[in-house]
Design a protein around this ligand. Structure first.
Ligand code: APR
Ligand code: PHB
Length: 393
């Protein structure tokens, strides 16, 4: 097989890149280790920046996100037992976010790809990358007992944190930056109406909590737990009790509980790999960087990466200008590090850390009070939450 761009991974990065390239007439094949159903079984965050919505529109895959997504103009910060609204819409000159699950984004992208008849190889085993430091890269994989090879001009490594792409780069050619947090998020998805019509981010003496949603009838809730906690130890009832204990009296009263559809614990990590390009291999999304979920930047960063990468390929193939490909890594990393900073800051502000004690809690409360009452402070939060603009090449 031969293609222009071989894309490793059928998560949101790989699938969105595939659609953006196809829309620009650039041929691509997606190679995914798992089955399509497995990919769709993963529950991830659900807040889309306008930049992400615009990229979905450019890819022709925004119809359902627009029709069914919930526009959100603000968020609520809960601390010292009371809620304070951050009016993102007013503070950013009219910007907002759309609440729409990553699983649904992935489903829409998969369906659009299938409808166009584009090649996606699912359940590809032992995927390996070759000769991306030369002129003729190749991707090899095994499927149904046979070995297959794709010849391509470029490889896009969109295969997440545990993928083969970043691991294929010689260690001396890559620099890794990492921060691991001493807690995780225990998350529950349930078919119950959301406790409030906006997201509530709670800082409490028992730890962080987040009230989010997927629709008017489906809620997503999280509580901070120690990193070594096991999900088996949490009955639904224990989860609801703990969440309730972290809410304000009004939310406590309005909380509707029900059986969990999904329950899992996610560790929190900040991670960046630099640079994001090695010869003819380009990394995008979780393959290149991870943010802790506070602020829901993971999917949005992945979308921005592939937005830049598709532009760079368009400059290369259509305008015969290679300089955009040369600038891809630097341009991405500038925005990546700003989202890393924001996600780290919001995580540090909202969680209980084992070693900071009561002084740390007082400092957090002072900063939250400042955010709730200073337009300057709130504007910075709002500007980052709705998403920083993309630069142009
Ligand atoms: N070969 C082929 N595919 C692979 C390989 C491999 N060796 N390793 C991993 N994959 C696949 C995974 O099975 C997965 O479907 O790559 C895909 C990567 O998808 P994601 O992990 O969702 O990463 P990405 O598409 O960059 O999306 C980023 O997902 O993890 C969240 O917070 C993150 O929201 C962000 C988004
Ligand atoms: C979610 O709905 O899963 C979600 C929302 C906001 C966040 C993180 C996760 O900051």
């Amino acid at each position: 097989m031969r293609t222009q761009v071989a894309i490793i991974g059928a998560g949101p990065s790989g699938l969105l890149l595939g659609q953006l390239l196809h829309a620009a007439g650039i041929d691509n094949i997606v190679v995914e280790r798992q089955s399509g159903d497995y990919v769709l079984g993963r529950i991830r965050a659900g807040v889309l920046e306008q930049v992400t919505m615009d990229l979905l529109a450019q890819a022709g895959v925004d119809a359902r996100a627009k029709a069914e997504g919930l526009p959100h103009d603000g968020i609520e910060l809960l601390f010292k037992g009371a809620r304070h609204r951050i009016d993102m819409h007013a503070l950013t000159g009219g910007k907002r976010v759309t609440v729409y699950g990553q699983t649904e984004v992935t489903r829409d992208l998969m369906e659009a790809r299938a409808a166009k008849g584009l090649t996606t190889v699912y359940s590809a085993a032992n995927v390996s990358l070759h000769d991306f430091d030369g002129q003729h890269p190749r991707v090899r994989y095994e499927k149904d007992g046979a070995t297959h090879e794709i010849e391509c001009d470029y490889i896009a490594g969109c295969d997440g944190y545990h993928g083969v792409s970043r691991a294929s780069v010689p260690p001396g050619a890559i620099r890794l930056y990492e921060k691991v947090y001493p807690f995780g998020w225990l998350g529950v998805l349930a078919d119950v109406p959301p406790v409030s019509h906006e997201l509530i981010y709670a800082n409490t003496s028992r730890g962080f909590a987040l009230c989010s949603m997927r629709s008017a009838t489906r809620s997503r809730y999280y509580v901070q737990v120690p990193v070594e906690e096991k999900v088996e130890r949490w009955s639904d009832e224990a989860f609801w009790d703990e969440l309730r204990a972290r809410l304000d009296p009004e939310a406590r009263e309005h909380l509707v509980t029900g059986p969990s559809l999904e329950k899992s614990i996610a560790p929190l990590r900040s991670f960046v790999a630099e640079p994001m390009r090695f010869g003819r291999l380009f990394l995008a999304g979780d393959a290149a960087h991870i943010v802790p979920p506070t602020g829901a930047k993971g999917l949005n960063l992945a979308a921005a990466d592939v937005g830049y990468l598709s532009q760079a390929f368009i400059h290369h193939y259509r305008d015969h200008s290679p300089s955009a490909l040369d600038r891809y890594s630097d341009l991405c990393l500038r925005r990546v590090w700003k989202a890393e900073r924001f996600s780290w800051w919001f995580t540090s502000l909202m969680h209980r850390f084992p070693d900071t004690g009561e002084f740390g809690q007082k400092i957090q409360e002072a900063e939250l009070d400042y955010l709730a009452h200073s337009q300057a402070a709130a504007t910075s939060l709002a500007e980052n939450y709705v998403g920083l603009p993309l630069e142009s090449f």
